[in-house]
Write a protein that binds this ligand. Sequence first.
Ligand SMILES: Cc1cc2nc3c(=O)[nH]c(=O)nc-3n(C[C@H](O)[C@H](O)[C@H](O)COP(=O)(O)OP(=O)(O)OC[C@H]3O[C@@H](n4cnc5c(N)ncnc54)[C@H](O)[C@@H]3O)c2cc1C
Length: 473
Amino acid sequence: MGGVLTGAMLGHAGRDVLLLEAMDYLGGCSGTFERSGHSYNAGATTFVGLDPALPLGYLSRTLGVPLPVKSLDPSLRVHLPDRTIRLFRDRTQLMDELSRAFPEDDHQGLWRRIFRVSDAAWSMILSLPPFPPKSASELLSFLRPGSSLLMRGGPDLLRSGRSVLSRHVKTSSYRNFLDQILLITNQATSEEVPFLSGALGLSYPTLDNYTVLGGMEAALEAFARKIPSVSRKTLVQKIERVGGFFRLQTTRGAFDAQRVIVNRDVWGVADLLDDPTLDRQQEERKVRFRHRWGAVTLHFRIRDLFSGDFELHHQIHHDTNPWTGSRSFFLSLSDPEDDRLSAGGFRSVTISTHTSLSPWEGISREIYREQKEQVSRFILESLNRHLPLFRHAEKGEILTGTPRTFARYTRRTGGTVGGIPLRREFFPLGYPSALSPLPDLYLVGDSTFPGQGWPGVAVGAIGLVRRLEPGLL
Ligand SMILES: Cc1cc2nc3c(=O)[nH]c(=O)nc-3n(C[C@H](O)[C@H](O)[C@H](O)COP(=O)(O)OP(=O)(O)OC[C@H]3O[C@@H](n4cnc5c(N)ncnc54)[C@H](O)[C@@H]3O)c2cc1C
């Protein structure tokens, strides 16, 4: 995502860009893969923010990239053991739904507070200078939008989400409901997140949400058409400084470049270079950002017996899952109009849930296989309880992914995915950025900016391009 968006912006401006991708498809965690003739979204399934004021709307319009998307409302249905809640874009409809589901909590007060901050933050997100500020003048240009945000949110902005929410949230079931949304948007719960990023994450269902027809890869391919050269199945093995250039040693030969933008996570980028400063920085980051998540995923196809109004995205809550530590999983179904993912009378399903990395490390092949089997069974049983249609409908092979799978296919270090959790202790200036200690070497992707997924990676990429070529965008 980061590499494609950066390449598209620079390619659109006429720069000589070459994108090197190890796999045979673009997108990494947001790609779409094929198995036995069927297509599945690897990880990312939700697409948000084509409003012109939001990052993807801005990029799609500025670069002239039409995207094959279909609008969704409600954006999500959440399943608790005894009720379901639809997250609508319309705020009155959302309040009515929440008041019905959680009658004891103060929704008006809470969401007024959330929207006051999130509306202000979304509206200024594209005018922010590159992150982090590098000079006094950049710092000053941060202060202007920062102070207007401060007027809206006051000292709550950097307080813990939990302390702000607790003024309005009375029941543990509502708190858990909000926490599970924060976990998918902020990678952390209300106790850990600052209210500012929490408000942005909680507001996401009320932004414009879409499904991408043709799989998430189709959105990446649309942006990639702006890149002059794309070389798939090209693994970068080493990056060396040779005179005034970088030489990239790859499985398809060597390439020289003036500037290199690496779309690897911050825990693995140094492995591509021989540089003690980068090595040291990477080791420090492994310690500093040790709270990181992996994912367990299930992919399968299912006979299309769904009614026309069956939502595409569902979050299903359950008791703590002993194999992942998580309390919910996210299920996405392909759209019936999607010719690629919904071919032959079937729909393509992607399920994902957070997992710690440690249960998947240092275990034998047998234990790994057994654990995969157990977690898959746990998720499917829970799914069948909440949505019995899934029990009865004909299904194809169930493919189970773990951090080992992400490490193997997307090359995420140790299988870490979803960026760095947004925690108060580092927010915002303690996070890594696109800058590296080496001149002309930059980073992009969800661990190089405090924000992940389409909106976070896009804002990080836009900031990098503005840093490299002021005035280009
Ligand atoms: C299970 C799951 C569900 C998610 N759901 C959503 C969602 O619904 N909506 C959303 O917006 N976001 C979602 N996300 C987050 C989103 O997918 C990521 O934040 C985003 O895709 C990260 O992009 P990135 O630029 O960091 O690149 P990555 O996804 O890390 O991709 C990096 C790319 O670089 C390639 N690469 C790595 N090393 C080399 C090398 N040496 N040579 C050549 N190529 C190399 C890889 O093959 C890969 O294609 C989800 C993530 C996961 C894991």
